[in-house]
Each structure stands twice: as structure tokens, then as C-alpha cells.
Design a binder for this molecule. Structure first.
Ligand code: AR6
Length: 177
């Protein structure tokens, strides 16, 4: 697929990911998968206690991997839980782990026939990843996957934090020239 077509399947908006009417939303979780603050807390609150119940059966998740559950009370049919890297100095394999979160999430989405997927800015909150660097790694990783598969058809970042929004939006505009 031509590169321009790939980037036209990516959208970046401001907002609360929990309200998204997509097939799957991605959660920036921790390795316990038993909830936390930030977007993780917001998703668990919106999905209801059934989400935590389902997560208890998953046995956690490694950094850079992903697991899938139902969306329960969310509009999204599924939640894909991924664990981003904690950012230290950028020389501890953070970029490869962050890219791996996106690849693993999109693989699960495709396997469950999710045509539309929404991501938060994984690792850009409590885990301290600088949004400008995360935008670069994340958009490249997603574009590479979209270049070799038709599903998901569309990927949307839903960004609450203004700095993250500016960084991802600028990065996408750059790729579009
Ligand atoms: N919708 C969209 N984005 C949001 C929302 C929301 N409702 N709420 C927060 N964000 P973080 P991390 C943004 O800290 O850095 C949790 O406690 C937020 O502004 O949620 O991967 C987990 O349990 C930021 O830009 O995730 C882990 O322990 C982005 O989401 C740890 O935090 C990610 O921030 C994971 O840290």
C-alpha cells in the first residue's frame, strides 16, 4: 500500500478515549492488569467492575505485550491492554518496547476483526516517555503495520493531554508533508 494511504488511515484527536465508539480501545496498563491511575483508571471506571473480574483471569502482561478483554459497559466491544515501558534515559530499549506495544495491540485487534482501534499516548503519563519521542516511535510502528494489513482499517489516537496532542498531531502532519 502506498505510504500516503497508510497515513490517511491514521487520525489524531483530543478527547477521552473511554467515550470512543470504536471496535477496540487500547489501555495503557501496568503488568498486573489489575487497574491503576491515568487512562487505566478511567477505562476501568467506565467499563465497570466486570472488566477487573475478567482481567483477574489473565495472569498479568509483560512490558511490550498485549492482552484482550471484552469492553463490558464501554461503547467499544473490546479493550486491548498493553504495558508500555517506563522511560528512563531512552537507552534502555524503551523505543523497541513501545513499538512492540503497538504491534502486539494491532495484532490482537486484527485477530478479533476490529476494524477501528483507538490508542492513548502509551507511556506518556506516569511512565514518563517524552511525547515528542513517543509520537515518532508510535506513529512509525503503526504505519508499518498498516502498510502490510487491511485490518484494522482505521487507527485513532485519542489524546487528553495537550502536549501529547500537539506532539502526535505535528508528527502526523510531518509525515503527510
Ligand atoms: N483518555 C485519553 N487519554 C488519557 C485519559 C483518557 N481518559 N486519561 C489519561 N490519559 P498514563 P502510562 C492520558 O499515566 O504513562 C497507570 O496507573 C495521559 O494524559 O495513563 O502508560 C497504569 O496502571 C497520558 O498522556 O499511562 C500504569 O501503572 C496518557 O494517557 C501506568 O499508569 C498515558 O498516561 C502507565 O503509565
Amino acid at each position: 500500500m502506498a505510504e500516503s494511504d497508510v497515513f490517511s488511515r491514521i487520525e489524531i484527536i483530543r478527547g477521552d478515549i473511554t467515550a470512543q465508539a470504536v471496535d477496540a480501545i487500547v489501555n495503557a496498563a501496568n503488568s498486573s492488569l489489575l487497574g491503576g491511575g491515568g487512562v487505566d483508571g478511567a477505562i476501568h471506571r467506565a467499563a465497570g467492575p466486570e472488566l477487573l473480574e475478567e482481567c483477574r483471569g489473565l495472569g498479568g502482561c509483560e512490558t511490550g505485550s498485549a492482552k484482550i478483554t471484552r469492553g463490558h459497559r464501554l461503547r467499544a466491544a473490546y479493550v486491548i491492554h498493553t504495558v508500555g515501558p517506563v522511560y528512563r534515559d531512552g537507552a534502555q530499549g524503551e523505543a523497541e518496547l513501545l513499538a512492540s506495544c503497538y504491534r502486539a495491540s494491532l495484532e490482537l485487534a486484527a485477530r478479533h476483526d476490529c476494524r477501528t482501534v483507538a490508542f492513548p499516548a502509551i507511556s506518556c503519563g506516569a511512565y514518563g516517555y517524552p511525547p515528542e519521542q513517543a509520537a515518532d516511535v508510535s506513529i512509525s510502528a503503526v504505519a508499518a503495520v498498516l502498510g502490510r494489513t487491511e485490518i484494522p482499517e482505521r487507527v485513532r489516537w485519542v489524546l487528553l493531554d495537550p502536549r501529547a496532542f500537539e506532539a502526535y498531531d505535528a508528527r502526523l502532519r510531518q509525515t503527510r508533508g
